[in-house]
Ligand binder design. Sequence first.
Ligand code: ZN
Length: 195
Amino acid sequence: MSNLSEHHMPSGSFNIPPQWQVTSAKPNTPKIVTHLTPQGLRLLRTPSKPITDLKQAAQVAEWLKNTLLDAANQVGIEGVGLSAIQIGIPLQIFVAEINGVLEVFINPKIKPTSPQKEIDTEGCLSLPNIVVPVPRYKKIIVKYTTLQGTKTQKVLKGFNARVVQHEFDHLQGKLITDYALYPSQIKKASTTVTS
Ligand SMILES: [Zn+2]
């Protein structure tokens, strides 16, 4: 149970569904949306809209960072990335750990630089009890806007490329379970690093 009088979300122009305005024990730390309720699953399936207001982006980025750091408290696992829809905000922004540094990606677009993919086991903070083998492009270019409003791009490989592809999927309402070729590929989680 949360104490709403002490820990409600900061006011702003966001239209956050009331059920997600409950926070964890920390201020400015929204709750992670999971698939465990019908409302949560519906939200996770919602495509996100581009961001036009950088102030709004800065606020959401702060919430995302706080929530990612609080993930172990909230869902019992640690993460390496988090998309705005995972805290109930359908805007195209996510944070992802790239070589150990948490970076913010606004309005990202992804292009593979070769058709080569590799399969690895992935988890998700919004599906905290599940892992699935997911094929991802080995090397991508991600074009995005920074918090300063600069348009930029990064070439990413391996695990970095995987994390960004996972978060990018969230912006389209796509989940790791969509990659399962048959139900038995969806397994109970035993790993701790997810996004
Ligand atoms: Zn995820």
